[in-house]
Design a binder for this molecule. Sequence first.
Ligand SMILES: *Cc1c(COP(=O)(O)O)cnc(C)c1O
Length: 404
Amino acid sequence: MSSSVIDFIATEARFGAQNYAPIGVVLSRGEGVWVWDTDGNRYLDCLSAYSAVSQGHCHPKILAAMVEQAHRLTLTSRAFHNDQLALFYEEIAALTGSHKVLPMNSGAEAVESAIKSVRKWGYEVKGVPDGQAEIIVCANNFHGRTLGIVGFSTDPETHGHFGPFAPGFRIIPFGDAAALEQAITPNTVAFLVEPIQGEAGVVIPPAGYFTKVRELCTANNVMLVLDEIQTGLGRTGKLLAEQHEGIEADVTLLGKALSGGFYPVSAVLSNNDVLGTLRPGQHGSTFGGNPLACAVARAAMRVLVEEGMIENAARQGARFLEGLKDIRANTIREVRGRGLMLAVELHPEAGRARRYCEALQGKGILAKDTHEQTIRIAPPLVITSDQVDWALERLATTLTQDFS
Ligand SMILES: *Cc1c(COP(=O)(O)O)cnc(C)c1O
């Protein structure tokens, strides 16, 4: 480690809130699937900023759109119209087949906005008595870090000592349609769920789960809210993960890759009257829907489609998963994935996943552990076959080491 690296890390530790424990690498440049540290070492990015950089680092077309827009107009607030928002609405609606769009910034804000909207829909359209709305969520969920959201997290790290929390949430096991059926009451307004639980370690529900979920929600007039902030926009090899199940959510949440990593942009999409219940003055955001965000998101969506990134995610994801399954190592308990949302779960005896991620760093791969035993692998969707094979070679040699 050079002295400059020590300095960046030590300075962060001295002044910053210690709410992260980063791997010891200081990055200063990125291009496509690659990032470089301050010493000029190159790494294959297998985290993609938790899937926000799906289009690859510093995509030239998104960059050009951002720079061009930044020269013209960046922020007007929604007190006035701007000449980018309508185009963003039109293009995201056409891409996803949605009718209404609410632009926000972070993923957590999109989730909060959806919670507010489905409650309002519950009172004004479904006829739930005021203050009684219930939302069903799943154990081991991850929907963000705001107070409303962490209150219904089941991870003690996430909610411990942050209470008191808002009532109105009911927690059921993920992947269990019978549990959903039992939990629904006349006051249930929504079921909020991730198509694949990302932060929980890429947990894929049993086949047919979402078909049953869709039926139950429709039968009980419950809004199905899919949090596709991580799974959406091609990550799983389809535009939306719901397409693997052949269903359509009532409300879809997007974020992360919606800006290709340039700027926080999120959106609530609905194909019914949920967003229609919001009237002027009842919800908003100073930065939500600003022209810079809209121009960036428009370019991010365009390159995803024009450059075939979704198809590439399906193709390279299948290759990556096959390759991971072929690795014969006692350390591996299970390999899971859909598209380029992959995970290797280690045996408890193999030692902590963090050690393997640090070893991978030494071989030129940046990946992130989650929940002690799982290595998450989610490279940008522009990865090539050669790069997948290059990563697999290094993963194979690392996973056959023993760090217990
Ligand atoms: C990352 C994530 C969020 C939160 O997004 P932020 O932009 O970090 O607020 C919400 N839901 C899911 C599924 C996520 O992966």
